[in-house]
Design a binder for this molecule. Structure first.
Ligand code: PDD
Length: 276
């Protein structure tokens, strides 16, 4: 398959990364996962916007502008003949002798691949079980960093407990999933954590908020507690790869059961119409 290395599209076997790339040594880099529907990268502009914002937060210089990157990613997915799936892009701070201190505004090293993938329809219809556990991550979860150990460790914990996703909390305040945002519905009102430093402001999250508003539902973007999660009527996660997936049961620090209710189904239908 073809991959992207900076502005070159080349075969995967041709790409070698240096052992002192700061992404490899420090997890010093950022990434995006964008969906492909009907051979088109969807919400590319929004993803590249966030990519640029995260680069600025970490003081990594983009080697090309967003329009150039968009063209390269489009060429990549076309060359790989992806009809439905994802395109993954990451940018690290590149190669330098290993030392914690970074130089400001050094041009980043970009790699990208695309992959055919089927979105998990069955999980979206039947719902999933989630494992509720402590949020052990750092305090800049707004940055989409490739440093994902806090996320991968709770995903492992969730899987070991027969759950598809981990839902995290900090001192009883629910934040998000290990690779998704979380919404709950109580008495017809939709709640989700505000876009602060404690969560990633998901592109799917933003789409869902927009679709809800278009349908006359104002989403309350305020932190909610484990107790509120426990007592919710409906609950669902959102992400590029999961789209809108209902939660039917929560175990771990709380126990809750949820119906795949009216609002979850309405948003799923709206989402499908929006992307397809
Ligand atoms: N993860 N929160 C976290 C911690 C995430 O890693 C993700 C996405 C989201 C949802 O963001 P979006 O709607 O923009 O995909 C929220 C991607 C899919 C991943 O790491 O594979």
């Amino acid at each position: 398959s073809y991959v992207l290395l900076n502005n070159q599209i080349t075969e995967r076997k041709n790409v070698k990364i240096d052992i002192e790339d700061r992404g490899y040594n420090f997890g010093d880099g950022i990434y995006e996962v964008m969906p492909i529907y009907n051979k088109q990268v969807f919400t590319m502009e929004e993803h590249l916007q966030r990519f640029e914002e995260c680069a600025a937060k970490l003081e990594i210089k983009m080697p090309f502008d967003k329009a150039t990157i968009a063209n390269l990613l489009n060429e990549l997915k076309t060359k790989n003949e992806i009809t439905e799936g994802i395109v993954y892009i990451q940018m690290t701070r590149g190669v330098s002798p290993r030392a914690h201190l970074y130089e400001r505004n050094v041009e980043g090293l970009i790699t990208a691949f695309s992959r055919q993938m089927v979105f998990p329809k069955e999980q979206q219809q039947k719902g999933i079980r989630v494992y509720v556990t402590e949020d052990i991550r750092w305090l800049r979860c707004d940055i989409k960093t490739i440093n994902l150990l806090g996320n991968t460790m709770v995903k492992r914990e969730a899987t070991d407990n027969d759950c598809k996703e981990a839902v995290m909390h900090r001192n009883g305040t629910v934040t998000e999933g290990s690779s998704s945002n979380l919404f709950i519905v109580k008495n017809g009102t939709i709640h989700t954590h505000p876009a602060t430093n404690l969560i990633l402001n998901g592109i799917t999250r933003q789409t869902v908020i927009k679709l809800a508003e278009q349908n006359g539902y104002n989403i309350v973007e305020e932190a909610f507690s484990l107790e509120q999660l426990k007592n919710a009527d409906e609950a669902f996660i959102t992400s590029t790869t999961q789209e809108i997936t209902p939660i039917i049961q929560a175990i771990g620090e709380i126990n809750g059961t949820y119906s795949i209710g009216k609002l979850t189904k309405m948003l799923q239908n709206e989402f499908t119409q929006y992307v397809k």
